[in-house]
Design a protein around this ligand. Structure first.
Ligand code: ATP
Ligand code: MG
Length: 463
């Protein structure tokens, strides 16, 4: 043990980050073999590699970007790995800052695009500080490119693309796995999951995202180690769960999570939700909608997603509270508290999200019995559009009238004049009078005294 520690120390001493890397084990692929279209590579990521190269360092695009480029997908962002230290990287660029205390990396800033540039790091070799389950607590030892590849999670995430030579360097046969859409962990699966239990969630996510499978040895220990997820800091778990739900294939993710017993630590209330009447359908509709938005490149709001995933449970508690003689609105507030208390306790949904979720939920009863003079106020609430969107989900699941739901969506989409007209028409309809045209409605309002006008439609002064 002491001998190996000394050996590793000596190795490290002579393998300073800026020294040459051993490429003996690596396969090198040329453009015709990996097929990356350089035009899909961020100009700024290429620039970072060029500049570092000119200064005598090695620099490669790594991780998800290489994986996605080989699959012909558009990468979300570009990361660079280099043998230059963070200080050396910073010195190469005008707009660059070092971030992170324990694990330092450099953000090289090009307008809205940030190229995250990290120094090759060494594999743990059992020397990193861990907790009692083997989870790595510090992970900031510089190393060679080969060591950097070995500490990455899956073979398909450990590919290095040199945009100058257009070569892909592959230490773990990742290209072949990627072609087979096979998610294979690097190293011993159990050790790697103990080091960082989030890797189990990532295995599920990449398999779902790539429409692929988890390689049997990689999959084998997951069920047994699933409970280690509870040691992961809440905020990281929240981020990972959100990534799972927004990977573009959320339903497959969820199925796999449940199969592996990983949903307990990520979406603890899901089983209960799915058992509720209509629970399964509502969750499926929610995830379908999310996938659709992701594929269109649209954003997905975490509050909407969680509001939808938990809704069937909120609804059941709401009705139960009403049956226990609580007034309807109070019953709903109480139901939201009951559900969130349970969920938030296990999974850190930040306060700003739970506030938004409540807003979305609490607007639902107001859609059922619209009071024309209150509608303007509703439309001004920041979550009004999200609440209307939510109503569409409820309509699609058959728990709300779809014509009425569409009326609300149209209201959210139209301009101020359109809103005035729609609200006026609704008011007439409720009074049992034929709807007037917009012009007559407007003329009428003009004739009213300012005080009455205010009482009828409080926010009419929006122009
Ligand atoms: P995406 O950005 O699409 O979620 P990604 O693979 O780029 O996928 P990131 O979280 O951005 O994921 O990580 C970038 C790279 O860092 C990964 O491709 C992988 O090589 C490495 N990595 C990330 N998380 C881990 C981890 N928990 N353990 C080991 N390596 C990791
Ligand atoms: Mg990434």
């Amino acid at each position: 043990m002491i001998k190996s520690t000394i050996k590793s120390f000596v190795n490290r001493l002579f393998n300073s980050p800026a020294s040459d890397t051993k490429k003996t084990k690596a396969r090198v692929y040329h453009q015709e073999q990996h097929g990356i279209d350089r035009r899909l590579v961020s100009r700024n990521a290429i620039k970072v590699c060029e500049v570092l190269n000119q200064k005598g360092f090695q620099a490669f695009i790594v991780g998800g970007a290489v994986r996605d480029l080989i699959l012909g997908l558009e990468p979300k962002d570009f990361d660079v790995a280099t043998n230059a230290t963070p200080e050396a990287v910073r010195a190469c660029f005008r707009r660059a800052r070092i971030i992170g205390r324990r694990f330092q990396l450099v953000h090289v800033v090009f307008g809205p695009e940030i190229i995250e540039t990290s120094t090759f790091r060494a594999n743990s070799n059992g020397q990193n500080k861990t907790d009692e389950h083997g989870r790595i607590l510090n992970d900031n030892v510089f190393g060679t490119q080969e060591e950097d590849a070995a500490r990455r999670d899956f073979t398909l995430n450990a590919l290095y693309y040199d945009p100058l030579t257009e070569q892909v360097i592959d230490y773990h046969n990742g290209l072949s796995d990627l072609r087979k859409h096979l998610v294979r962990i690097i190293g011993d699966p159990e050790t790697r999951y103990r080091e960082d239990p989030v890797r189990m969630l990532r295995a599920v996510r990449f398999a779902a995202k790539l429409n692929g499978t988890i390689e049997p040895h990689t999959k084998e220990p997951i069920k047994q180690l699933a409970e280690l997820i509870s040691n992961v800091p809440d905020s990281r778990l929240f981020d990972e769960t959100l990534k799972l739900m927004t990977c573009g294939n959320a339903l497959a993710c969820l199925k796999q999570l449940r199969e592996e017993g990983l949903h307990e630590g990520t979406l603890p209330l899901l089983d209960v939700v799915l058992k509720q009447p209509g629970g399964q359908k509502f969750v499926e509709l929610t995830l379908d909608r999310t996938d659709h938005r992701v594929r269109l490149g649209k954003s997905v709001s975490p509050s909407f997603l969680y509001a939808a995933l938990l809704w069937r449970l909120v609804d059941v508690y709401w009705k139960r509270n009403i049956a226990q003689k609580e007034p309807p609105m109070q019953a709903l507030i109480h139901a939201a508290d009951q559900v969130l208390e349970d969920q938030v306790h296990k999974l850190a949904i930040q306060r700003r999200h739970t506030t938004d979720m409540r807003e979305i939920w609490f607007m639902q009863p107001r859609f059922e019995r619209p009071v024309p003079r209150q509608i303007w106020k509703m439309t001004e609430q920041p979550r009004f559009r999200a609440a209307c969107d939510f109503l569409q989900l409820r309509a699609a699941s058959g728990e709300f009238d779809s014509v009425q739901a569409q009326w609300w969506m149209d209201l959210a989409d139209t301009d101020a004049a359109g809103k005035t007209q729609m609200i006026e028409e609704l008011a007439q309809k409720q009074k049992g009078m034929p709807a007037t045209s917009a012009n007559t409605a407007r003329k009428r309002r003009k004739r009213r005294s300012p005080a009455r006008k205010k009482a009828a439609l409080p926010q009419q002064d929006i122009s």
